[in-house]
Write a protein that binds this ligand. Structure first.
Ligand code: PLP
Length: 360
């Protein structure tokens, strides 16, 4: 079976983790600071704070802005649940805005409507889904004009570019994830990036039990710190990110050129963007049958995501949403991800194309 995701761990990561273990400084330490410095440099941004997960990164950003209980945060219904759960952690209210059926990202036109309907909204949380940047010109215009905070969820988009500019640098702050299946990994882990000294200071307190100095606790914080062990993996993975993304892009280009089956729709990449293909997501009418065909031929696949967030029980139980999100709901019924990761061999991606093309 060709796996849908597969972290690529080399001798470099193994050596660096061994170094940490031998040093006996296992919790937060030098490697964490080094990872933060390299990550900030990579994005060319002032501050980066390493945390225990992408979810923790999102929570820390919300808390630092701050997003207060009852505040409205406009966001996409088509994402992993973590993005809007971070809104719930603050007692705030996610207002879901439908996606653009081509990019799968939040629709700027729908966002403009939602801002009119919710003039009291506090922030916009965009997710660069599957590695494709959201429509940042329109989104930045709308957030600036309406004085809304802009938060970017870059958990799937390390190194993705919008008009040559890296995602994670457009808003007040951005969250990255280094979960095992992401474009780069630290096992588990995350990063908050920002150019605001104030947000950086608050995030650092929040992720470390609200400490302003040792054993001086100013606010209610959490233990969201990253360990030296995870940072060691992250440092080595970050060095390989360019190469990993290039591999994903080449795999995707091969798919665009060679997948010729009228029964599947390929993902769309606008000219102004560099998509980093965290996932390569097809659409098809009879998904169950398509997945069975892939599986029988040894090609792993996954459904990202089978349900929109506001239809999850957690959200239905809490909120009485009356809106509909037709584009997101349609995509949930039709989407299938096929392997595109950097670990695929040429033989494998050629084989995947053959299997997809033979689906009838
Ligand atoms: C993975 C992911 C997260 C959460 O990251 P974790 O490190 O798993 O906590 C948040 N948002 C999106 C879009 C993700 O894909």
């Amino acid at each position: 079976m060709i796996n849908i995701a597969e972290p690529q761990i080399g001798v470099e990561e193994i050596q660096k983790v061994t170094e940490v273990l031998k040093s006996k400084i296992l919790a937060q330490g030098e490697f964490v600071y080094q990872f933060e410095t390299s990550f900030a440099k990579f994005l060319d941004i002032e501050f980066a704070a390493a945390v225990s997960s992408g979810t923790a990164a999102l929570h820390a950003i919300m808390a630092a802005l701050p997003i207060y209980p009852g505040d409205k945060v406009l966001t996409t219904p088509f994402s992993f649940v973590a993005s809007s759960n971070a809104v719930l952690y603050c007692g705030a209210v996610p207002v879901f805005v439908d996606i653009d059926p081509n990019t799968y990202n939040i629709s700027p036109a729908a966002l403009e409507e939602a801002i009119k309907k919710h003039p009291d909204a506090k922030a916009v949380l965009v997710v660069h889904i599957f590695g494709l940047p959201s429509d940042m010109d329109d989104i930045c215009y709308l957030t600036k004009k309406n004085k809304l905070y802009l938060i970017e969820d870059c958990a799937q988009a390390h190194g993705a570019l919008y008009k040559g500019r890296k995602v994670g640098t457009f808003g007040e702050a951005a969250a990255f994830s280094f979960y095992s299946t992401k474009n780069i990994t630290s096992g588990e882990g995350g990063m908050v990036v920002t150019s605001s000294p104030e947000i950086n200071r608050k995030v650092r307190m929040f992720i470390n039990h609200g400490q302003s100095k040792k054993y001086q606790h100013d606010i209610l914080g959490y233990n969201y710190r990253m360990s030296n062990i995870h940072a060691a993996i992250g440092i080595e993975q970050l060095k390989k990110l360019g190469e990993f993304n290039q591999k994903r892009i080449l795999n995707a280009q091969y798919y665009y050129k060679n997948i010729k089956n009228k029964k599947v729709v390929l993902p769309y990449t606008p000219k102004e963007s560099t998509h980093v293909y965290h996932q390569f997501v097809l659409q098809t009418e009879n998904r169950k049958k398509f997945i069975k065909h892939l599986h029988e031929n040894g090609v792993g696949s996954a459904v990202h995501y089978p349900e929109i967030i506001p239809r999850q029980k957690l959200y239905r139980d809490r909120f009485n949403y009356r809106e509909k999100w037709p584009a997101a709901e349609k995509l949930c019924r039709r989407c299938v991800s096929i392997p595109v990761h950097q670990g695929l061999t040429e033989q494998q991606f050629r084989y995947i194309v053959k299997v997809v093309n033979s689906y009838a």
